[in-house]
Design a protein around this ligand. Sequence first.
Ligand SMILES: Cc1cc2nc3c(=O)[nH]c(=O)nc-3n(C[C@H](O)[C@H](O)[C@H](O)COP(=O)(O)OP(=O)(O)OC[C@H]3O[C@@H](n4cnc5c(N)ncnc54)[C@H](O)[C@@H]3O)c2cc1C
Length: 435
Amino acid sequence: MVNNNIEYDALVIGGGIAGQEASLNLANNGFKVLLVEKDLSLGGKMIQLSKVFPTLDCAACIATPKISETARNPNITIMTYSEVKDIEKLGNVFKAKVIKYPRYVKEDLCSGCQECEKVCPVNIDDQYNYNLVGRKAVYIPFNLANPRIATIDINNCILCGACEKVCPADAIDFTQKKSEYFLTVKTIIIATGFNLFEPWKKKEYNYNSCKNIIHSMEMERLLAPTRPFNYVLRPLDGKKPDNIAYVLCTGSRDKSMGNPICSQICCMYSIKQAQLLMGAIPTADITIYYIDIRAFGKGFDEFYEQAKEMDVTFIKGKVAKITEKKDGSGNLLLRYEAIDENCEIKEAEHDMVVLSVGILPNSEISSSFKNEKLELDEYNYLLQVEKLTSPAKTNIKGVFVAGTASGPMDIPDSILSAGDASAEATSYLRRPCTC
Ligand SMILES: Cc1cc2nc3c(=O)[nH]c(=O)nc-3n(C[C@H](O)[C@H](O)[C@H](O)COP(=O)(O)OP(=O)(O)OC[C@H]3O[C@@H](n4cnc5c(N)ncnc54)[C@H](O)[C@@H]3O)c2cc1C
């Protein structure tokens, strides 16, 4: 299906916290906004988090009202499961194509009742819970998804038709095809967020072969109010962990991994998780191995001190290698350089390890720009041409960047950055510059 020449004032790409904030600011100023999200739901990473540092507010409780506000705003049109391609600047406007992928479910008919999920015979890994549990081939990605519409994962569907038979709304439609929309917009905000460092790339940590090593986003899911199980358990044998280690800077500040910069959030989210674990498993010992603790925001250092008072152990040590003990216990041996003890090489045993993975750029969108090249910085984040004075400006006039698409930052800073991008876009819309 092709839909031609749809006009909006602004195109916002990415429906995480930054994209929502930017869309709302523009919409509340009377501009017509198209928000395009490539995933099945709005929310980005924040909707999957447990609580947030340093206040320990529930992430979903803060994220869901903003998502509903975005979804209800009459000036915002949302396209999920969609991608923007072929962006061209022509004079004062941008032309672009949006591809909307088929859900094989009629969006206007699906009520989100999940009757289809109950009868689907297929069980596969649930990517929204980082494969900690399974999901069906027809599924709503998570309980708080917005829009709450089922989607058939056609690559894993066995086409048995069971969902079609039970759907009370007659919403299943295996004939759906992808649709293309051709747009004209006056300004663009890019809020495509970040990627997580893939922990298996740090070969010395043996993430793939040691089951009791997980990464920090998996721990977020284990601790979240919307968690898949009620307990934090070791993946290998389902035992309650007693002695958990955090390895900071996994894939950050690490030239060998091609990411020399600090991810800015890992120290604080690890301290947050340690505090939450103290509540979930009060008998457990928690040790955080760090190079430096970067607690630079308001209330952050106090949060760090609070963790120490709660008996979280902090070891200034660079972890070189993690291996599984050969006695069948599934416990892990950490070999580390004790920086504060004359860089002595030491070994410690833990029954579970959490890798505090760093954040990486998601610069894929730059390849969608055709006649003007969207430039990246030396770390592959979107280039901020006036970083100190107008951080939302990219090298293309009329294209702005919001949130972690321009570099590592936490949620409040992503919101501030989205405020800046929408203010810049508003000025541009009122006085477009052709120079
Ligand atoms: C383990 C962990 C714990 C954290 N804990 C905290 C915390 O306690 N407190 C805190 O302040 N911060 C925390 N953070 C950081 C927080 O997650 C980020 O600051 C925040 O998610 C950034 O929001 P964003 O909108 O910039 O990016 P994202 O959340 O990444 O959202 C980007 C969105 O854009 C979409 N997208 C990507 N590419 C495209 C495309 N080409 N087209 C359309 N859509 C696209 C994505 O699907 C996604 O929905 C944590 C991060 C991690 C990894």
